[in-house]
Design a protein around this ligand. Structure first.
Ligand code: BEZ
Ligand code: FE
Length: 299
C-alpha cells in the first residue's frame, strides 16, 4: 500500500478512474481532476474555504427553479459560457454571424407575429424598427427562416421577471419573406443587471463588479439546412458596452438606432443582416437553455 501525499493523491485518483469505459467521460474527468487538484495546491485551499465553496455551490443548486438556472448564471459570470460558445463557433462549417449567449430569459413557443408587428404590450419608451435580411454565406436570401426575438422592456425587465400573473411581452417569432427579409417594431431596451439576488450575484458583488449587461436584443434564427444561430444585437452607445458581466459582446454585433431612409417605416431604425452557416453535425449551438427544460417541476 502506498502512503499518499499531496502529489501522489492526484495520480491515485487518476489511476482509479483510468478504466472509465466512455472515452470522452474519461478524458473530461481526468482533466477536471488534474486541474482541480492543481488549483487546490496553487491556492493552498483550507478545509474552511473548501466547505465555504461547497455551501456556495449548494446554494447555487437550491436557487434553481423552472424559471431560473443559477448554475448557468454562474457559468456566465465566470466567462465559461462565453468560452464554450467561442470554441463551439470554430466547429461551424462556414463563417456566419458571430454568436452570443442565449441567456436565462429565452422561452420556447413565443407568439408568431406578422412582419412589421410590434413586440411590446404598451410599454412606453423609444420605439424603433429593427430590419434586415437573413442570408447564406454566398449572400443568397434565406426565405422562411424563423427569427425568435426577445429583450428587456424599457425598465430593464424581461416579461418573466414581471410581478403579477404571467404574461408575454417583448418577445415574438417572425418568419422571413421570400427575399429573406424581416422587420419588427420594438422599444429600444436599456442595459440591465444580471439577476443579483442569488449566490451568483453575491459573488459578482464581492468581486466589486457592476453586474450590468449592456442594452441588447436577443435573436435566434432557425432555417432548414442551416445551423441555428443564437446571437444578440448590442447598442454601441451603452455605458457598459466594454464591460459586459457575462462577456457576450463582440464588435460585429454592435448596432445603433438612427435615421434610415431604407427602413420599412418612419422610426429610428436598426439594420442588421444575418448570415447563416450550413448545418453541421456538431450538435446544439445553444450555450444555455430554457430552465424549465432542465429543472423538473416537483410532482
Ligand atoms: C441575458 O442576456 O438575458 C443574460 C445573459 C446571461 C446572464 C443573464 C442575462
Ligand atoms: Fe438579455
Amino acid at each position: 500500500m502506498q502512503d499518499l501525499d499531496e502529489r501522489s493523491v492526484t495520480q491515485a485518483a487518476l489511476a482509479q478512474m483510468a478504466g472509465t469505459p466512455d472515452p470522452r467521460l474519461r478524458e473530461i474527468m481526468a482533466a477536471a481532476v488534474r486541474h482541480l487538484h492543481d488549483f487546490a495546491r496553487e491556492v493552498n485551499l483550507t478545509p474552511g474555504e473548501w466547505l465555504q465553496a461547497i455551501a456556495f455551490l449548494t446554494e447555487v443548486g437550491q436557487a434553481c427553479t423552472p424559471a431560473r438556472q443559477e448554475f448557468i448564471l454562474l457559468s456566465d459570470v465566470l466567462g465559461l459560457s462565453a468560452l464554450v460558445n467561442l470554441m463551439h463557433n470554430r466547429t461551424a462549417p462556414e463563417a456566419a454571424t458571430q454568436t452570443s449567449l442565449l441567456g436565462p430569459f429565452f422561452r420556447e413557443d413565443a407568439p408568431v407575429l406578422a412582419a412589421g408587428a410590434a413586440i411590446f404590450n404598451g410599454s412606453n419608451g423609444k420605439e424603433i424598427v429593427v430590419h434586415g435580411q437573413v442570408r447564406d454565406v454566398a449572400g443568397n436570401p434565406v426565405p422562411h427562416a424563423t427569427l425568435d426575438v426577445w429583450q428587456a422592456n424599457p425598465h430593464g425587465e424581461y416579461d418573466l421577471q414581471y410581478a403579477g400573473p404571467p404574461q408575454v411581452d417583448m418577445r415574438a417569432r417572425f418568419t422571413t419573406d421570400a427575399d429573406g427579409r424581416y422587420h419588427f417594431r420594438t422599444m429600444q431596451p436599456p442595459g440591465y443587471p444580471v439577476p443579483m439576488d442569488g449566490p451568483a450575484g453575491r459573488l459578482v458583488r464581492l468581486q466589486g463588479r457592476h453586474g450590468m449587461r449592456p442594452a441588447h436584443i436577443h435573436v435566434m434564427i432557425a432555417a432548414e439546412g442551416f445551423r441555428e444561430l443564437v446571437t444578440a444585437l448590442y447598442f454601441a452607445d451603452d455605458p457598459h458596452i466594454e464591460s459586459d458581466t457575462v462577456f457576450g459582446v463582440s464588435r460585429a454585433l454592435l448596432v445603433r438606432a438612427g435615421p434610415d431612409p431604407a427602413a420599412p417605416c418612419d422610426l429610428p431604425a436598426v439594420r442588421y443582416d444575418f448570415t447563416l452557416s450550413r448545418a453541421s453535425s456538431a450538435g446544439s449551438t445553444r450555450v444555455g437553455a430554457d430552465p424549465a427544460r432542465i429543472v423538473k417541476v416537483a410532482e
